[in-house]
Design a protein. Structure first.
Length: 437
């Protein structure tokens, strides 16, 4: 990987792309530290330094924003609205025929769906910004902090609207920066910004574990966490690269005087076909009951049960339900994103077939059978990886933003592998020697 980056910097056009990407990353990181108007920055820092600051309800969104959410900066919402909008549009594509038709139109249809995603991102940013401002004004953003209710001293309508508009504009700016990286830089811009947001929280989280440790001034705990992290990265790389290759043979066809087809290829079915989406779905769904209790301020029996069993990440009901939701959403997401019947019809249309399997319906049934068998280990792997923060919470006293948590490792490894592959492919195009030297 380091060799690929070194060779890329020696290539003039790739060096420009890499430097442009690094420049956008610097701008993004500066924006995550600029507070919005109407916020008392000293009180925010005092609450962040509080022991309970990292265990708030919005921990997942805070991780995706690189710690900007709890600091209430102009990029506080980060890329989370865009991720949510992309997932919603992807799900609606299966349900709404108009979106499905646009998806099949090629580049023009994709551009139209991207435009819808931008509009939905702005709408979600307004909703999430309003919720964040309301949470900050009520003091619920930092439970247990003495000055949590004084984070927003002026609670007038004008200041509230200004805060929401600023965060919405910040989200639009983040979306624009991501698209700039995609067009003029290296890799997928949104994925790169997500990678940077998560990686930015690693140093402080690791040092917090060292400071909280008691063995050899915390270095034993620090070293153990690092070893566990390297093992997890190796495991995630191994599983993310694992795939079942289903061979496909295309028959020869004579069109005029030319012969077409006769080639062999394969359909790659990844073990983790759903990626990190099931973890995000499960986390978001489990946050809803706790969010209802937090805003209702109810002391009824149902509210107490939710707080004790669902809001507490270390509670047994929370762990079991979280694991089952991840497994369910893994199967659900794979089912709506991979259509065996459509793949089988396309293969039949172009004269392709799986050796030993008849074209048409038998091919679709075979693909469904293989996909279900592969999704089981993939979903169980996602569930087990996602429980690492809970085990870390019990073993090291870390907060829920444990650096080597399942979501963060899955995203970092996935984005890192994809970016390195893109750099290597571009290097191969520019340094191809050919058969004659």
């Amino acid at each position: 990987m380091l060799t690929a980056f070194a060779r890329a910097f020696k290539t003039p056009d790739l060096r420009k792309k890499l430097l442009f990407t690094l420049g956008i990353i610097v701008v993004y990181r500066i924006g995550t530290n600029v507070p919005i108007p109407g916020v008392d920055y000293r009180n925010v820092q005092a609450c962040i330094d509080n022991a309970e600051a990292g265990q708030g309800l919005l921990g997942l969104v805070n991780m995706f924003s690189g710690g900007a959410l709890l600091q209430i900066t102009i990029f506080a919402l980060g890329i989370m609205p865009y991720i949510t909008a992309s997932i919603i549009l992807q799900l609606l594509t299966v349900v709404i025929p108009r979106l499905e038709a646009l998806k099949k139109e090629g580049q023009a249809g994709t551009a139209k769906i991207t435009q819808y995603t931008r509009y939905l991102t702005v709408a979600l940013a307004i909703l999430q910004g309003t919720g964040l401002v309301a949470t900050a004004r009520s003091g619920s953003l930092f439970p247990g902090c003495p000055v949590a209710g004084q984070i927003v001293p002026d609670q007038s309508i004008f200041v509230t609207v200004t805060m929401v508009v600023t965060m919405t504009a910040g989200t639009a700016a983040v979306m624009w920066l991501g698209e700039l990286i995609t067009d003029r830089g290296i890799g997928n811009g949104m994925s790169i910004l997500m990678f940077i947001s998560i990686a930015a929280t690693f140093p402080s989280a690791l040092w917090a574990i060292k400071e909280q440790g008691s063995l050899a001034d915390g270095w034993i705990e620090f070293g153990t966490v690092m070893i566990v992290g390297f093992v997890m990265v190796a495991l995630v790389v191994f599983v993310e690269q694992a795939q079942r290759r289903i061979p496909v043979q295309y028959a020869k066809r004579m069109i005029g005087r030319r012969s077409y087809g006769g080639t062999s290829t394969y359909i790659p079915l990844k073990v983790n076909q759903a990626g990190v989406i099931p973890v995000i779905f499960a986390s978001s769904l489990l946050y809803i009951p706790a969010l209802i209790v937090q805003f209702s301020n109810s002391q009824a029996g149902w509210a107490t049960w939710i707080t004790k069993n669902l809001a507490d990440t270390g509670a047994t009901p929370h762990i079991i339900l979280y694991f089952l939701l991840i497994v369910f959403f893994a199967f659900f997401y794979v089912a709506i994103t991979f259509n065996p019947e459509e793949v089988a019809d396309n293969m039949k249309k172009y004269g392709g077939f799986i050796p030993g399997i008849r074209a048409g319906r038998p091919t679709a049934e075979y693909l469904s059978f293989v996909l279900n068998r592969i999704t089981w280990p993939g979903s169980l792997y996602l569930g087990l990886i996602s429980l690492v923060p809970t085990m870390a919470l019990a073993g090291f006293g870390a907060n829920q933003n444990f650096p080597f948590g399942g979501t963060s490792i899955l995203i970092i490894v996935g984005v890192g592998l994809e970016t390195v592959k893109q750099i290597e492919s571009q290097l191969q195009q520019r340094n191809y020697e050919g058969f004659l030297r």
